[in-house]
Design a protein around this ligand. Structure first.
Ligand SMILES: *Cc1c(COP(=O)(O)O)cnc(C)c1O
Length: 384
């Protein structure tokens, strides 16, 4: 397979990366011993404005742990967005619980808050069992409209968990949560440092929470639930989910660069917006008035009738030119593994899937490369 000459979202290694990694090697501290995990956790918590941060081996692991913190267990239900990456839902299944897929809201592409609120109210009125948790996902770097969901969860005693894997750097700018970073609203928030995310540790994740007891429990669960002391005593079934010192060293260096990364993502988005908004049938990424998105993965919707090519044709043509793109996700309720799961509506997510694609937006993308992407995209359209 020939590798794309313009990648979709490649890591950008800079700042102290080499120095910190060398320190791990020089001091023979590449695994669980060493200072970087704690330093990374502390700076991360400070950056997002949460009291505690617990590093994990992946974003998926972070979600798994967060669901455990919310008390999700066999037979429980969890409301989650249908329009998301599969890793949002898989940990629900790891716990033998049942996902209930919620359709998207066009204003953010994230889960529709009115559907969640109506469902919790309906269950309360009918005396039905409430879900064990609502898992809000902030897709593609845009904050979900969490305020009504947080209100309903509080009213009905349902745990709120946030999958902010794609949204490090995104904040609320208005309303009850003005100034707050995504991932810090719910009982626990989860982030990913996979290679394609805005910040990478090679592979890793983070759980954040303001609750000391939950942070302690997260740390316990990620380290095989071993009790303190000399003997091997384990008081519950835990996981080997801890992040290595080596990975955390890279994470710390990346986190120091994060403000520059976010600024660069926003600049890339601004250039795409200006160039693509002139095309009929092209919908730019959502930008709610109350949100400051991180624009992690710049994505547009293409109306084939008006633009002159559909989203998949655009992907194929750009691919032929060595430009890496990705269709937006097939809604999880349409994945064979999740077929038959209960769901709340679903037509908006289907539309995002049919019309959506992501364009190259690595932090290291040059203006010249971006102009090539824009020209190739424009050449697909027959509308002008
Ligand atoms: C990347 C991602 C995850 C999983 O993170 P990993 O670090 O790859 O395990 C979970 N949810 C969403 C929405 C993601 O994009």
């Amino acid at each position: 397979m020939k590798s794309a000459s313009i990648p979709l979202s490649a890591p950008h290694l800079c700042g102290n990366a080499e120095r910190y990694l060398r320190q791990c090697v020089d001091e023979n501290q590449v695994s669980s011993v060493g200072p970087f995990v704690q330093r990374f956790e502390r700076l991360f918590a400070e950056h997002v404005g949460s009291r505690h941060a617990v590093a994990c081996s992946s974003g998926t692991a972070a979600i798994h742990v967060a669901l455990r913190l919310a008390g999700v267990g066999p037979g429980d239900e969890v409301l989650v967005s249908s329009f998301t990456f599969v890793a949002s839902a898989n940990p629900i299944r790891y716990l033998h619980a049942q996902p209930v897929f919620v359709d998207s809201h066009l204003a953010t592409w994230n889960l529709a808050p009115d559907l969640v609120c109506a469902e919790l109210e309906r269950r309360a009125r009918a005396g039905l069992r409430q879900p064990a948790a609502v898992e809000v996902v902030h897709v593609l770097g845009h904050p979900a409209d969490v305020e009504p969901v947080a209100g309903a969860c509080a009213r009905f005693g349902v745990a709120l968990i946030e999958d902010a894997a794609e949204a490090l750097g995104a904040r609320y700018t208005a309303g009850r949560f003005a100034g707050r970073h995504v991932g810090t609203i719910g009982r626990a928030g989860c982030f990913s440092f996979n290679g394609n995310k805005i910040l990478t540790t090679g592979g890793g994740g983070m759980v954040v929470t303001d609750d000391q007891r939950l942070a302690d429990r997260a740390r316990h669960l990620t380290t095989q639930a071993k009790c303190p002391g000399l003997e091997y005593e384990h008081d519950e079934v835990g996981y080997n989910y801890r992040l290595t010192n080596l990975a955390a060293a890279l994470g710390l260096a990346q986190l120091e660069c994060l403000p520059d990364f976010v600024a660069r993502k926003r600049e890339i988005a601004r250039r795409y917006d200006a160039a693509l908004s002139v095309w009929p049938g092209v919908t730019l990424p959502p930008r709610a008035a109350w949100a400051d998105p991180s624009l992690w993965l710049y994505s547009v919707l293409v109306d084939a009738g008006r633009f002159g090519a559909d989203s998949r044709m655009v992907c194929l043509r750009l691919g032929e030119l060595g430009i890496d793109t990705r269709p937006l996700w097939r809604p999880l309720h349409r994945q064979p593994i999740y077929a038959g799961c209960p769901r709340l509506a679903g037509e908006v997510a289907e539309g995002l899937h049919a019309q959506g694609l992501s364009l190259p937006c690595s932090v290291g993308l040059t203006d010249e490369q971006q102009d090539r992407v824009i020209a190739a995209f424009a050449a697909c359209g027959g509308g002008r």
